[in-house]
Design a protein around this ligand. Structure first.
Ligand code: ATP
Ligand code: ZN
Length: 665
């Protein structure tokens, strides 16, 4: 066998033999965008560098965390807190001097990574970990008509999906399962499982205390719209009470005052709020009422919660077991077991007593409030941020104890709050190998050889390769017609763009003669009966570089036009035209008669549900309009945040639920 040497020839001999001279030669000219330098990304970067892909742009928004080191092998302990993209590029560059790696520390959703930028690549490889970024890259690749290889792993399972516009399903052709949902009232008032308390601590309490300040503007707006006055009054009272504790957490430190702010927070959320809830007698007719917690009582070891709480409290239970081993020296009933009573096992995995949870609550609140005082504007939960994890662990356990729900160890809370499925380095490595194989087929244009490949937990058949499925004719992403306009958003109006693209009515497949509505994502900007925004500049409508305008045929007969907003070319005269239309105006085809309802996230249909962190079109339209043309869906931020965590509002418990909603209560 030929011996691979350090020489260029030795390095490339095997790749050349396997790929053939033609593809191998082309690889050195190939421009690849690799998005994500995490578990899959590190493996994949190593593969493509060693194979000889000549120009690699590696983009990741994150910095290296200690917990990444077990599998993200391009990083070392000294690199912790450094940019993933920069360190990965530096480490991998040494593997092959013929390859140029351009690292970018940034978010792929930033405006400068627009359609023209995507078009600069021959192929895009995704090594991401979230739906939102995957959807974004999928859409950009559809708009730029660039092949994409999508991938993901979850423990022992993995998948690789080659995507090419018009040839195969895109990432959004098949709807993705919605996350498990909990009714908001379960989280806010009537938790019955540990996860309810964890979601409450992470998505409600943390943002209330350490998130952005809500100025009440939304409540004023809702009041103007004639929303339920009692609900608004309750929300206002709640917001006011939180203001007091928020201020205490941000006050300049007076010696020893830190714990006082923590006590204030404790007394609000674990005592007063619970007393308030108890006053709603109806709520507790058919369920056990919670017990308000007593800060000083827990401290002194004199506070004993209801029997129910202790009977079910696993921390007390395990502490009791530990106490037995301990010769029964520990006083469990008053929750004052010392840490030494249950130190068996790893620190993170031990059960915390009531007193342990109180201490952890105080210490983590003090640490977080010190961070606010030293200049951090907002702090949100991050499973790798110890202060936030300690806070969510302690706060959720205290709430659990108040409600008689079993408590969880810090380790379990991290897993549940961080939605963690343990990452397996081997699965990542297999997937990274499969991505490269599919990338070769795309570069060779061997489209019949493309496969969706699954790594599965079946020792008899660990890999399954499935033939490509044609695009879903009702897909709201890849069945749209894409075009790009270059413009100065400060100088061009919405009507100039829309009318320019639709032409005299004959262009755009005759769509210009039809009634159209215009959206930016799910935000409606105009419709046939509402033209207030047409003479506004794109900039004033916040439609700028990297965004899309969707032009939707009101009759639904023609495909939607997606207009990517790009910038004027360099050197374009400042006095030159503010708008450059595509040389060929888009010609959306007639849509097939849908046999079944459209599946994917439908940008640009009036009934589309708001997704991710977008605002409902009607709410936005009201804001832009100033006046209120009709009833407004009232969506305060707090609710929104809970919804982002997969929660839905139930105004009344008898409300019919969608099939995919799991009712937990
Ligand atoms: N919008 C985005 N733009 C750029 N990079 C992104 C974006 N979203 C996610 N990423 C990156 O994708 C990578 C995914 O890698 P991976 O799934 O291994 O996640 P991780 O954060 O490194 O690990 P873990 O979540 O298990 O701690 C991460 O490095 C993450 O920073
Ligand atoms: Zn599609």
């Amino acid at each position: 066998m030929a011996k691979a040497t350090g020489s260029a020839d030795g390095r490339s001999r095997h790749a050349k033999a396997i790929l053939g001279p033609e593809l191998y030669a082309r690889l050195s000219e190939t421009k690849v965008l690799l998005v994500g330098a995490g578990g899959i990304g590190c493996e994949l970067l190593k593969n493509i560098v060693l194979t000889g892909f000549g120009h690699i742009t590696l983009l990741d928004l994150d910095t290296i965390d200690l917990s990444n080191l077990n599998r993200q092998f391009l990083f070392r302990k000294k690199d912790v807190k450094q940019s993933k993209a920069l360190v990965a590029a530096k480490t991998a560059s040494a593997f092959n001097p013929n390859v140029k790696i351009t690292p970018i520390h940034g978010n792929i959703k930033e405006p400068q990574f627009d359609v023209a930028w995507f078009r600069g690549f021959d192929i895009v490889l995704n090594a991401l970990d979230n739906l939102d970024a995957r959807r974004h890259v999928n859409k950009m690749c559809m708009a730029a008509n660039i092949p994409l290889v999508e991938s993901g792993t979850a423990g022992y399972l993995g998948q690789v999906q080659p995507i090419l516009k018009d040839r195969a399903e895109c990432f959004d052709c098949v709807p993705k399962p919605t996350p498990k949902s909990f009714p908001v009232c379960t989280i806010r008032s009537t938790p019955s499982q540990p996860i309810h308390c964890i979601v409450w601590a992470k998505s409600y309490l943390m943002p209330q205390l350490f998130g952005e300040d809500e100025d009440g503007g939304e409540l004023d707006e809702a009041e103007k719209q004639g929303e339920n006055a009692q609900e608004i009054a309750t929300l206002r009272k709640e917001a006011q009470a939180f203001k007091v504790v928020r201020t205490a957490l941000r006050m300049p430190e007076i010696d020893g005052q830190g714990p006082n702010a923590a006590k204030l927070v404790f007394e609000k959320v674990f005592h007063s709020d619970i007393l308030n809830l108890l006053s709603m007698a109806d709520m507790w007719r058919s369920r056990a009422p919670p017990t308000p917690l007593d800060f000083e009582g827990i401290r002194k070891g004199t506070f004993v919660p209801t029997k129910k709480a202790y009977a079910e409290d696993t921390s007390a239970h395990s502490a009791k077991k530990a106490a037995k081993v301990d010769g029964g020296k520990t006083n469990v009933a008053n929750g004052s077991s010392s840490n030494s009573a249950n130190t068996a096992g790893l620190k993170d995995q031990r059960a915390l007593s009531l007193k342990d949870n109180l201490d952890l609550f105080v210490s983590s609140t003090v640490r977080l409030s010190a961070r606010l005082r030293s200049g951090e504007d907002t702090i949100s939960f991050d499973k790798d941020d110890d202060d936030t994890l300690d806070f969510v662990t302690a706060a959720s356990n205290l709430r659990s104890i108040a409600y008689g729900i079993p408590t969880k160890s810090r380790w379990e809370v991290k897993e549940m709050a961080g939605n963690i499925i343990p990452a397996i380095a081997t699965t990542n490595a297999i997937i990274a190998g499969l991505i490269v194989l599919q990338a070769f087929q795309l570069l060779r244009k061997s489209y019949n050889a493309l496969r969706n490949v699954h790594v599965q937990f079946k020792p008899s058949m660990p890999l399954s390769a499935i033939n490509m499925t044609p695009p879903n004719p009702n897909c709201g992403v890849c069945r749209d017609t894409y075009a790009e306009v270059l413009c100065d958003p400060a100088r061009v109006t919405l009507s100039e763009v829309v009318e320019g693209v639709l032409g005299d009515g004959e262009g755009a497949g005759g769509m210009g003669k039809r009634d159209v509505s215009v959206y930016e994502h799910t935000r409606m900007l105009s419709d046939p009966d509402w033209d207030d925004n047409l003479e506004r500049t794109l900039e004033s409508l916040n439609v700028t570089r990297g965004k899309f305008l969707s032009i939707v045929d009101d009759e639904g007969e023609f495909a939607t036009i997606q207009l990517a907003i790009g910038v004027l070319p360099p050197g374009h005269s400042v006095d030159g035209p503010a708008l450059i239309l595509p040389s060929l105006l888009p010609m959306p085809p007639r849509k097939p008669k849908p046999a079944m309802p459209s599946t994917p996230p439908r940008t640009g249909t009036k009934r589309s549900a708001p997704e991710d962190d977008d605002i409902e079109p009607v709410a936005k339209r009201l804001k832009m309009n100033g006046a209120a043309p009709g009833p407004t869906p009232f969506t305060p931020n707090k609710k929104k945040r809970l919804e982002d965590d997969g929660l839905i509002m139930l105004d009344n418990p008898d409300e019919p639920l969608e099939d995919d909603v799991i009712l937990v209560d």
